[in-house]
Design a protein around this ligand. Structure first.
Ligand code: ZN
Length: 86
């Protein structure tokens, strides 16, 4: 009788373990997908870790800016400085 219980319970335990393992994998995959945030400048979505978060104004509103826009602004600022410097 004990043997019969083992024969039934062992596959169930194995199944439960496998189920938990596959569920953990899907959970970690979900964590790998980074939260997306919209760039306040170009309105495109980027992973939040590739963006600069800045508190703008006195209301403490946080805007996100993508690398492309920041570089664009930086270049624009430099070019403007060169033009006025001449
Ligand atoms: Zn942008």
């Amino acid at each position: 009788m004990f043997f019969v219980i083992c024969v039934f319970i062992v596959p169930i335990i194995v199944f439960v373990i496998l189920h938990i393992m596959t569920r953990d994998k899907s959970d970690s995959e979900e964590q790998n997908t980074e939260p997306m945030e919209m760039c306040a400048f170009c309105q495109r979505d980027f992973p939040i870790n590739q963006m600069l978060e800045k508190e703008v104004g006195t209301y403490g509103k946080i805007y996100c800016f993508c690398r492309e826009c920041i570089e664009g602004l930086y270049n624009e600022f430099n070019n403007y400085g060169v033009k006025t410097g001449e």
